[in-house]
Design a protein around this ligand. Structure first.
Ligand code: KG4
Ligand code: ZN
Length: 332
């Protein structure tokens, strides 16, 4: 079979990223311009600034990539069209349409969350059926995948996503954005000594993170009012233990009840070493094969969009030049 090269664009949040992916499995080249240092000043992503910076950077990122891969013939152009920040998504979608039109190649609309899941294919051989855990800044989902693009939702967060909780707890501890990696870093020097409530102690596949977040915020405020020092590493370790324990409990329930033998994790929070270790231990105990994406493909990147576009290319699921961005379209 002839090799297929997909040019993929990701601009849904604060990374302007373009990659070329071969056969949905191999990232040939990727160029990413991150806006993190700009948004850090504001403690989070400012949508208006994000879209403006994508507009400024996208041509440079494209040119830099194309200079690196002069001899490759592109077969299709893929782009994240949903979910994400509307202004940011639009920059990627319009760029993808222009490139597809100019090269006279098909356009493929890719869902960002499918991208996170398919990031695993850049590292591992995936076999179906499988249980997928998506943990990011906007999602905490458990899904069954029977085959490519056959997603069935088992459960989801009822309020905040786990990544959002990491970011908000980091903010109340005055740690820089994005908070997830910062919490993970300082938790390594802490002990889980703060008493926290156990959320979602039930037999559903749903999650909740807003109570845990408020629990932490209240402890920090109470200690401050009493004039006590806050032990940040201990708070971070206490939070992380409860946050990850909830994931492990729900994944255990889902693996056993669905009799799954394949499991994958996806999304920015899947970069968390403590989460990976706990889920790996669980899978070893239950004799389940666990797939984890390479660290560089956990957070937002264009290679994962190229990987997720490949099955759509094979099924000839192409979009026309009327493609529009959508702020919140789910995969299930
Ligand atoms: O998947 P992603 O890059 O963007 C979304 O689609 O949301 O995920 C970003 C989220 C942020 O909340 C960030 O704090 C979190 O992933 N994150 C982490 C880690 N690395 C990124 N959370 C915990 N531990 C990490 N090492
Ligand atoms: Zn993402």
């Amino acid at each position: 079979m002839k090799d297929v090269y997909i040019l993929a664009i990701e601009t849904s949040c604060d990374e302007t990223s373009i990659a070329i992916v071969k056969n949905g499995r191999e990232c040939i080249e990727m160029v990413t311009s991150t806006q993190i240092s700009t948004h850090k000043k504001y403690g989070g992503v400012v949508p208006e600034i994000a879209s403006r910076m994508h507009t400024e950077m996208i041509t440079f990122v494209y040119e830099e990539l194309m200079n690196k891969v002069k001899d490759i013939n592109i077969d299709a152009v893929a782009v994240t069209y949903s979910p994400g920040l509307m202004g940011s998504l639009l920059v990627g979608v319009e760029a993808a349409k222009a490139i597809a039109y100019t090269l006279n190649k098909p356009l493929i609309a890719v869902n960002h969350m499918a991208g996170h899941i398919y990031a695993n294919k850049l590292t591992n051989d995936i076999t179906y059926p499988l249980l997928a855990l998506v943990v990011s800044g906007g999602h905490t989902d458990l899904l069954i995948m029977k085959d490519d693009y056959e997603f069935e939702l088992l459960g989801s967060t009822l309020d905040d996503a786990i990544g959002e909780a990491y970011d908000k707890v980091a903010k109340v501890l005055n740690l820089p954005y994005p908070g997830g990696p910062e919490i993970e870093k300082i938790a390594k020097n802490g002990v889980s000594s703060y008493k926290l409530n156990t959320p979602m102690n039930n037999d559903t596949y749903n999650f909740s993170y807003s109570g845990l977040k408020s629990n932490i915020i209240n402890i920090v405020h109470n200690e401050k009012q009493k004039g006590n020092d806050i032990n940040k590493p201990d708070i971070a370790a206490s939070f992380q233990e409860v946050a990850v324990d909830q994931i492990v409990r729900k994944v255990r329930l889902a693996l056993i009840n669905t009799n799954s033998k394949e499991f994958l994790i996806a999304g920015g929070v899947s970069a968390n070493q403590y989460l990976r270790e706990n889920l790996t231990n669980l899978c070893n105990e239950l004799n389940v094969n666990i797939n984890v994406p390479d660290f560089k493909y956990c957070t937002d990147n264009a290679a994962m969009i190229g990987a997720a576009a490949f099955p759509l290319y094979q099924q000839k699921k192409f979009s026309n030049l009327n493609l529009n961005a959508r702020s919140n379209e789910e995969i299930y």
